[in-house]
Design a protein around this ligand. Structure first.
Ligand SMILES: [Zn+2]
Length: 166
């Protein structure tokens, strides 16, 4: 399934820094990574399964050109042999995107997008987030330590992902 942007419309309208760079092959990854991969990046996986990356702090909605995504979050790459021709790996990867609020279960599409670049990965998110919208006050909450309580109004949050419900 795809995730639609659920964040603030004013952010989407102002997000002029995208789109992300599409990485479709090991060659494209290496060309990009040589100059850009030292820092954590914003990423989305587009509907066609392609990884799009953008400088950190780029809004996910800009990285995705406002489109639906299969996954979104932050990713950090590292080289086994910095500056050389060695292999690359994913050092850290999360589903942290308050614009798309993807579920942790989107990991397989991230894994597939990275594998097609010839990049190793840790086999799962190194940091996984659960997002819920509060049914009482409408706030977006990030569930911390399995505490399904709204941080704003302290109402109980639903057990199931509900960001598509609006
Ligand atoms: Zn609330």
């Amino acid at each position: 399934m795809g995730y639609r942007y659920v964040g603030d419309a004013s952010i989407a309208a102002a997000a002029g820094t995208g789109p992300g760079r599409a990485l479709r092959s090991p060659a494209q990854f290496r060309e990009w990574a040589t100059d850009n991969a030292a820092e954590p990046c914003t990423y989305v996986v587009a509907a066609d399964g392609v990884l799009l990356v953008a400088p950190r702090h780029t809004e996910h909605v800009a990285c995705a050109s406002g489109r639906e995504v299969l996954a979104a979050g932050e990713i950090t790459f590292a080289a086994d042999d910095p500056g050389g021709d060695g292999d690359w790996r994913v050092e850290e990867v999360s589903n942290q995107s308050t614009g798309y609020c993807p579920e942790p279960s989107c990991w397989p599409v991230v894994a597939a997008a990275v594998e097609r670049l010839g990049v190793r990965h840790p086999g799962g998110f190194t940091a996984a987030f659960e997002f819920r919208r509060c049914g009482e006050c409408g706030s977006l909450s990030v569930v911390k330590e399995n505490d399904f309580t709204c941080a704003v109004c302290e109402s109980p949050l639903p057990a199931e992902w509900n960001l598509a419900d609006r």
